[in-house]
Design a protein around this ligand. Structure first.
Ligand code: UD1
Ligand code: UDP
Length: 360
């Protein structure tokens, strides 16, 4: 059985590690790993391969950055060539980035089976590029692997046949379970002069938050207010750094820093007093780590993190963010529980199901 697995951007690397290791441990599978090159900075790409023991990709399409259309077109053109050289029994895509959708469509049009890992998430917000990627990928995929019962219900509601849907749990949490002990050994907070349990960790990179200079300025002001009560460390994604520079917001009272590797990030999350984010993955990781999380968005495609976990959806009013932080600083902490099947075994379950399906 020949599989082609696709990765392109930072969250993809975290999600693919356990799947690939399980797939390649079998003697009856052939595996080709394709990196589209959507993310290419060493701190967004190579470092993750190294820390998560993901082997070197067989192919790197080197597509780089561009508009959605440019990036999607370059991925499709490059992946088309790969599929001609490596006809596969199944193409495996993960998550909701442009590379996910582009490769799913390319493979399906070449009549190959497509498996989508982390299927069925819905924010209901069509202004989010990821929502379009999720919908387009799911509707054409043959095997849809979901993280929660709610995600499976979303797919059923959209008319996906039940036989195509497999509830397997959260693949991103596989990496967390496997690497938590290693991350615990680090003291990454020292590097920023911070003390465990006494700082707020911030990541923001959604275009809806960072591409609007007025909103970004207001967010930055709010972070300054929060910093006056509890030290703030803002790890800025390259998109965010560009926008902060353009808005003249690079010198603030809080600490602005470059993105960090996966192990450092887990260490910084597990030692934070609380986390402020708009990242999908960070909402899930804080729920599993039991760290309070304030999500600076109006919606989330990961409702279990707010229903069961430590996540609070605060909306996109910077003043409300300051109020919610004040509550946490005053000791009002939301506790939570870990959703079912977020147990570190999702990669194993997917490989077992997928291989059975492809064989028959
Ligand atoms: C992408 C995904 C988003 C995901 C995020 C994870 C899409 C539509 N978006 O957003 O869902 O949450 O990755 O981090 O696929 N850049 C660099 N170096 C890099 C990569 C990008 O400097 O290695 C800069 C470029 O200026 C680029 C900008 O960041 O234009 C945005 O990159 P892009 O891949 O288009 O989208 P992300 O914002 O990273
Ligand atoms: N992450 C990281 N370093 C950082 C910021 C994030 O290792 O500086 C990790 C984070 O812990 C999670 C993943 O990157 O595992 C989430 O990716 P991102 O926020 O870029 O994308 P999203 O999940 O929003 O699609």
């Amino acid at each position: 059985m020949k599989f082609i697995t696709v990765v392109g951007a930072r969250p993809n690397f975290v999600k693919i590690a356990s799947f690939l290791q399980e797939l390649e441990a079998r003697s009856d599978t052939q595996s080709v790993l394709v990196h589209t090159g959507q993310h290419y900075d060493p701190t967004l790409s190579d470092l993750f391969f190294e820390q998560l023991s993901i082997r070197k990709p067989d192919v790197n399409l080197g597509v780089g950055s561009g508009s959605h259309a440019e990036q999607t077109a370059r991925v499709m053109t490059g992946f088309d060539t790969v599929l001609r050289q490596h006809p596969a029994d199944c193409v495996v895509v993960v998550g909701d980035v442009n590379s996910t959708m582009a490769c799913a469509i390319t493979a399906k049009k070449m009549r190959m089976k497509v498996a989508h890992i982390e299927s069925g998430l819905r924010s209901g917000d069509m202004s989010m590029p990821e929502e379009i990627n999720r919908l387009a990928t799911d509707v054409i995929s043959d095997y849809l692997f979901t993280t929660t019962a709610k995600a499976s219900e979303n797919l059923l509601r959209e008319g996906i046949a039940p036989g195509r849907i497999f509830l397997v749990g959260n693949i991103m949490i596989d990496s967390l379970v496997r690497n938590k002990a290693r991350a615990e050994q680090l003291r990454s907070f020292n590097q920023y002069g911070l003390k465990p349990g006494k700082y707020a960790l911030v990541t923001l990179h959604r275009p809806s938050n960072v591409d609007d200079p007025v909103l970004l300025k207001n967010i930055s002001r709010s972070l300054e207010k929060i910093h006056a009560e509890c030290p703030v460390l803002f790890l800025a994604h390259p998109r965010t750094q560009i926008q902060l520079r353009q808005a003249g917001l690079t010198s603030s009272s809080y600490q602005l820093a470059n993105p960090v590797g996966y192990l450092e990030m887990i260490n910084l999350q597990m030692n934070a007093k609380f986390v402020i984010t708009d990242s999908g993955g960070v909402q899930e990781e804080t729920t599993v780590l039991g760290i309070p999380c304030l999500t600076f968005r109006d919606n989330t495609e990961r409702p279990e993190t707010t229903r069961l976990g430590t996540n609070i959806l605060v909306g996109t009013n910077p003043a409300r963010l300051v109020e919610e932080c004040a509550k946490i600083i005053a000791g009002h902490i939301k506790t939570g529980q870990v959703p079912e099947l977020w147990d570190g075994q999702t990669g194993r379950r997917i490989v077992q199901i997928l291989c059975e399906k492809i064989k028959n």
